[in-house]
Design a protein around this ligand. Structure first.
Ligand code: GUN
Length: 294
């Protein structure tokens, strides 16, 4: 039997509608709308495209977006000044520094300079630290991991007591999503490039989060029948039959795994749209805190 396809586009659209309604309520009651600042350094095509999508999504829900497009050779001191100016701007409720940054920039220092009240990416060491401890509340949770959990919740997947396997241990997805699963009482395994018998470990998963960035690495026989599979990967592979010359695939071999899993996210149209929806949600939450809206 073929798996239920978890439609991230539809779920993200619902969330964007919810956010839009709250933005309108804020505008009516406080005469203010949330503002998101995106900081882009350099000319990476993928980063430019992500930032464009984020700004467009802001406009669609009635938020203001502020953009800083900076040259790749910007100095650490200048970039710090940009972040501090945004911290001081009362119309900015969220600050997102698009990663990766050029090699000469000290990423940790830049992320640490963002006000924790405006850290809509949730990457500030205090927010990540709180996420990593029991009974601590980060002001923001990173968007892609939060989107993965939201997909599970809105699909009615029970997390508590389930065997969850996270494939990948990045700061942006693997580590924070593992923390979120643990807080929801999953039994957790994190796999990485040194894991022995990777297929055997992945096969134990009731819930599998694949976030390694390797095209179609997870095969059909790696997956336990009835598992729920969330595919975070966005990999470009050559495809001469496609007018663009390439197509996007996940970390999971979709056609094989959908015959085994109970539910699976497609790529594109699964986790991707959720990241932006969660960014809007975080920005709205930051703005609500700033104006004192319940
Ligand atoms: N680069 C890849 N994913 C992300 C993300 O979620 N936030 C930021 N700031 N940069 C990224």
């Amino acid at each position: 039997m073929s798996a239920q396809i978890i439609d991230g586009k539809v779920i993200a659209e619902t969330i964007r509608g919810e956010v839009k309604a709250e933005v309108e309520a804020m505008q009516a009651k406080y005469g203010k709308v949330p503002g998101l600042a995106t900081v882009l350094v350099g000319e990476r095509k993928d980063s430019q495209s992500y930032v464009r999508s984020k700004k467009k999504a802001c406009a669609e829900v009635g938020m203001t977006s502020f953009g800083a497009d900076l040259p790749a050779n910007i100095s650490q001191a200048e970039l710090l000044r940009v972040v501090r100016d945004l911290n001081a701007n009362p119309d900015v409720h969220g600050i997102l520094v698009q990663l990766p940054l050029p090699d000469h920039i000290d990423e940790e220092q830049i992320l640490s300079a963002i006000s924790i009240e405006k850290d809509v990416d949730g990457f500030h060491p205090i927010n990540i630290g709180r996420l990593s401890m029991k009974r601590r509340e980060p002001l923001f949770v990173p968007c892609t991991p939060k989107g993965c959990i939201e997909l599970l919740l809105r699909t009615g997947v029970q997390i508590e007591g389930k065997q969850a396997v996270v494939l990948g241990r990045s700061n942006i997805v693997g580590l924070p999503v593992a923390m979120l699963l643990l807080h929801r009482n999953a039994t957790l395994t994190i796999c990485h490039s040194r894991t022995k018998d990777l297929p055997g470990v992945v096969r134990q998963a009731d819930i599998l989060i694949a976030a390694v960035g390797r095209a179609e690495m997870v095969r059909g026989d790696w997956v336990k029948p009835g598992a729920v599979v969330i595919d975070v990967g966005i990999n470009s592979v050559d495809d001469p039959s496609n007018p663009k010359g390439y197509r996007l695939v996940g970390d999971v071999a979709f056609d094989e795994v959908k015959e085994v899993a109970a539910a699976i996210t497609p790529v594109p149209g699964g986790v991707g749209p959720m990241t932006i929806a969660m960014l809007l949600r975080n920005t709205l939450d930051g703005a609500k805190r700033a104006v004192g809206m319940e």
